[in-house]
Design a protein around this ligand. Structure first.
Ligand code: GSH
Length: 252
């Protein structure tokens, strides 16, 4: 089997796809792309959309973390990413949908907002990536136009980020509830585990958010599924913006 994953360093759904390929034991090559530039490259590689993750397996192209989960189960059913029991499968699919549609984007907005103000964490996010140019403390400055564009494309405004911070405790409550219900964090990890954990892990790269997340079940599940997620964003959010997170998860 010949597999290639197109990804962006630090991209949480790309990390999800990578984990699922690894779970299936499918060997794959990775094409790491710079944000924004990725859009054209992915299109030029023949994919219908312009986002990552995108995979090409034995010539067949599949794009989007949820579509990739289904494609991987089709081409290699074992180990399964979804439970066989229809009721359990529906619960996993709903948790996976939540992870993709509700959880991914606010975290994406937070990260780009932070990188727009301090690009130095890009060095850490690029750990292990082959981007054609080494990203270090000197070259990182050349990424400025891409970072500005990515922040704009993702709507990383102050208003959006404050809304994301207000929503975050409720979103993490939903993850904790999925864990308590046994939908995720079971003995066998499933597609929803792989969808949700990289996003929670990405949020935990922000020192501002880490304490409120790591103490709760969602933080523990994220660390179990993704023991190492490259990247570290030193404190950058205004203190008063973090008020919604104060006390969140303290008793979890
Ligand atoms: N919900 C989609 C998200 C796809 C997406 O928006 N990916 C981002 C990276 S996290 C992307 O390709 N952005 C293009 C860019 O940054 O230029 C999925 O799970 O596949």
């Amino acid at each position: 089997m010949q597999a290639r994953l197109y990804s962006i360093p630090g991209s949480h759904p790309s990390f999800a796809a990578r984990l699922m390929l690894e779970r299936k034991g499918i060997p794959f090559k990775r094409t790491d792309l710079m944000p924004v530039v990725s859009k054209g490259v992915v299109r030029a590689a023949g994919f219908p959309g312009n986002t990552v993750p995108a995979v090409k397996i034995d010539g067949k192209r599949t794009q989007g973390s949820r579509q990739i989960a289904r494609e991987l189960d089709l081409i290699q059913p074992d180990p399964p990413l979804f439970p066989a029991d229809p009721e359990k499968r529906a619960a996993v699919e709903e948790a996976e949908r939540f992870g993709d549609e509700d959880l991914q984007h606010p975290v994406r907005q937070l990260i780009w907002w932070a990188l727009r103000r301090d690009m130095s964490p890009l060095v850490g996010f690029s750990e292990g990536a082959k981007l054609g140019i080494p990203i270090n403390s000197v070259t990182v400055k050349s990424s400025a136009p891409l970072v500005v564009l990515a922040a704009r494309i993702n709507g990383s405004t102050d208003v959006a980020v404050r809304r994301a911070l207000a929503e975050l405790p409720g979103l993490l409550d939903t993850v904790d509830a999925a864990i308590a219900a046994g939908t995720i964090d079971g003995e066998e990890l499933n597609a929803a585990d792989f969808q949700i954990a990289p996003t929670v892990r990405l949020a935990m790269t922000m020192v501002d958010l880490r304490p409120a997340i790591e103490a709760r079940p969602a933080g523990r599940q994220a660390k179990r599924v993704v023991p190492h997620f490259p990247g570290d964003i030193p404190p950058i959010l205004p203190g008063e913006w973090l008020a919604p997170l104060q006390g969140a998860g303290a008793t979890a």
